[in-house]
Write a protein that binds this ligand. Structure first.
Ligand code: ZN
Length: 199
């Protein structure tokens, strides 16, 4: 099986997985479907996640990008009273360009953010992003395409060397840290940036 999935291949396989887990016709699932609308409950989401990890050789993040952001941004910077701040919206727009931020006069609640993460299209994008970090070729001289190894690992069928699959949480953390340092801090109101730097 090729490790270089296209967008359409990921979507098609994801539809099969969701259809099987929820016992519904894959034909009824589109990129614009929401998993909760399709009837998925929390245990189904766990089931779908595991199936995706198995199918695509990725490790899905357990925390969303705003939860990951808590390690870098001060409380109140990205969200306040259940809604995204301007900074929060900027981050979301960078991270999820598909997200329609214009609804409700530009007020985006965390409930809507959580819901947007249940969109099938958001899963396709997430899986494609994670796939970029999955090791594909042996780092040794053999240069062989890797196959699935133990859970969490890819394996070289020639020299048997294993390479770890990066977790989605570690990839998210790196993304947020990079965003914080390269996008947020240089553009933050100076007094805020200074305050952040002192803390
Ligand atoms: Zn090898």
């Amino acid at each position: 099986m090729s490790l270089n999935f296209t967008h359409d291949e990921v979507l098609e396989r994801l539809r099969q997985i969701i259809g099987k887990c929820l016992m519904i016709d894959p034909e009824s699932i589109t990129e614009d479907s929401y998993l909760n609308d399709l009837g998925a409950e929390s245990l189904d989401l766990v089931d779908i996640s595991f199936s995706c990890e198995d199918e695509f050789n990725v490790l899905l993040p357990e925390k969303n990008i705003f939860e990951a952001g808590k390690a870098f941004f001060k409380e109140g910077t990205l969200q306040q009273d259940g809604f995204l701040t301007e900074e929060g919206k900027k981050l979301l727009k960078t991270r999820m360009p598909d997200f329609d931020i214009s609804m409700n006069d530009g007020r985006v609640s965390m409930v809507e953010v959580d819901r947007s993460l249940l969109r099938v299209g958001a899963w396709v994008r997430m899986i494609l992003g994670l796939l970029e970090s999955t090791p594909k070729v042996c780092v040794e001289e053999c240069d062989t395409p890797l196959v699935r190894g133990r859970p969490g690992y890819m394996k070289c069928p020639s020299c048997q060397r294993e390479q770890e699959i990066r977790s989605g949480d570690s990839i998210n953390n790196e993304w947020v840290q990079n965003y914080y340092e390269k996008e947020y801090l240089p553009n933050a109101v100076p007094s805020e940036a200074i305050r952040d730097a002192i803390q």
